[in-house]
Design a protein around this ligand. Structure first.
Ligand SMILES: C[S@@+](CC[C@H](N)C(=O)[O-])C[C@H]1O[C@@H](n2cnc3c(N)ncnc32)[C@H](O)[C@@H]1O
Length: 445
């Protein structure tokens, strides 16, 4: 059987770096007959220069990019609705300009599934948002399209297993703006995206609309292939999304404020967050970052954000207690996933002094924010600083640095431990300017 034409719609606003990478990854990994793909850039009035810069990218010439540009900047909902209204193909693969596809995606199988099962209106390709989900495992015979296809679960040629979301799933987040394939009729049934709201609110409103309408007769179903429950797309941009669900969970996070950069809660000031980001950006490809003291994940999210796409390992060491707040490692992992760094962190659950004793290998950037007592900081220094490379950096949080305008007792203990270490080992280190409560040292020999 013939494959139908699909429009790949990439939603963008002034992110030339990100959109290039996203297009490169799609081009590399998506399998579909090239003559059956249309490429549409949905731009929210970034300006003529932006469109010209994309058009000038020679390597995308063969894609024959088309552009749907809103007449005036109107936000995510208006941009996407505007572009969808211009699409004439039956199928749309929708993706944001900052989600890198990390593995091969055989779009033919998704289309074969939807062609065989007309009740499916949307096939998700970026996991499922929400705490848990009720799904039904189903099977489709796609042999008319792909007789030899084997889906890795079932291994019967021509058969494809897929999951259908149950309309009774407890969370509203059965739909999100992650990458997905849909029929145009999906929006004819559920309506278009709400306009004039922030991204999180747009998402939230639309999720509730879809959830309540899913129960109606003939409502287009939402499906996902088992393999795509994993987040194979890496989010490389900033996260602007803050949905009710995030707020609900963040409620438990005490008074911890959220990073304006990554949306993850924690205890670093804005200046300190920028410092983490800047120093993570300087870590060379293939380097190693270690963080001691992770809690809700703010600092780890910034270290991940600053070091992405350079094959840099980010290790998080924490006791990760399971206490009145619940399992802290699960909270941390959830927060990083929400920010788009789900697969980046290597976790070490335990006392940092003990983990450090068994540590083997050089470190480019070390962030110490664990046990803040004199003895605790001294143990971390002894266990970890020796692993830092020449040219590498250690950052201490919550010190009584000159730049700290809000000093309390714990800060003094942290600084005393640092000063004692410097007295002994100072010849190997150069202190760099402090930022708020952070003191920073570079290893010089
Ligand atoms: C201030 S919080 C870290 C905050 C985090 N860096 C942020 O971005 O908000 C301190 C963390 O250190 C952890 N911690 C305290 N003592 C520790 C120890 N001996 N070993 C490992 N982690 C420890 C605690 O569990 C807590 O999560």
């Amino acid at each position: 059987m013939d494959f139908p034409v699909v429009t790949i719609m990439v939603i963008t606003y002034k992110r030339l770096n990100e959109i290039q990478q996203t297009l490169d990854a799609l081009r590399k990994h998506i399998s579909y007959p090239a003559d059956k793909l249309r490429w549409l850039i949905a731009d929210d009035s970034s300006g003529a220069d932006y469109i010209e810069s994309i058009k000038a990218l020679k390597r995308f010439k063969a894609l024959n990019l088309e552009f749907a540009v809103t007449p005036a900047n109107g936000g995510w909902g208006r941009n996407v609705n505007h572009a969808l209204s211009q699409i004439e193909t039956e199928y749309v693969f929708q993706i944001e300009d900052d989600y890198l596809l990390r593995k091969p995606l055989d779009l033919r199988a998704g289309i074969a599934l939807m062609e065989t099962k007309p009740e499916i209106g949307m096939l998700r390709y970026r996991g499922i948002a929400g705490t848990h989900m009720v799904t039904h495992l189903m099977e489709a015979d796609i042999s008319a399209y792909l007789p030899d296809h084997q889906d890795g679960v079932h291994m019967v040629p021509g058969k494809l297993q897929y999951c259908l979301l149950d309309s009774g799933s407890p969370t509203a987040y059965i739909y999100s703006n992650g990458a997905h394939l849909k029929r145009r009729s999906f929006h004819q049934f559920y309506g278009v995206y709400p306009e004039g709201q922030k991204l999180g609110a747009t998402e939230e409103t639309f999720c509730y609309t879809v959830k309540s309408a899913m129960k109606l007769p003939n409502a287009p179903a939402i499906a996902i292939l088992p393999d795509w429950f994993y987040m194979w797309f890496e989010h490389i941009g900033q996260s602007y999304q803050l949905t009710e669900e995030d707020r609900g969970e963040r409620h438990m996070m005490g008074a911890a404020p959220y990073s304006k950069i990554t949306g993850v809660p924690g205890w670093e000031t804005e200046h300190e967050q920028n410092l983490l980001l800047t120093l993570a950006r300087k870590v060379p490809p293939g380097g190693v970052i270690v963080e001691i003291g992770s809690e809700w994940g703010m600092s780890a999210s910034l270290l991940c954000y600053g070091s992405q796409q350079r094959n840099i390992a980010v290790h998080c060491v924490d006791l990760f207690p399971n206490d009145y707040r619940g399992d802290m490692m699960a909270h941390h992992a959830h927060n990083l996933r929400t920010a788009g760094f789900g697969d980046r962190v290597i976790y070490h659950r335990g006392d940092s002094g003990n983990v450090g004793e068994f540590w083997d290998g050089a470190i480019d950037l070390l962030f110490i924010d664990g046990d803040h007592s004199f003895n605790g900081v001294s143990r971390d220094i002894n266990a970890w600083c020796g692993h830092i490379k020449v040219g590498g950096i250690v950052i201490f949080h919550d010190t009584a640095a000159k730049s700290n305008t809000n000093i309390h007792t714990l800060h003094i203990e942290v600084s005393q431990a640092i000063d004692a270490w410097q007295k002994q080992d100072g010849a190997h280190w150069r202190e760099l300017p402090s930022v708020d409560s952070m003191r920073v040292f570079e290893r010089i020999e």
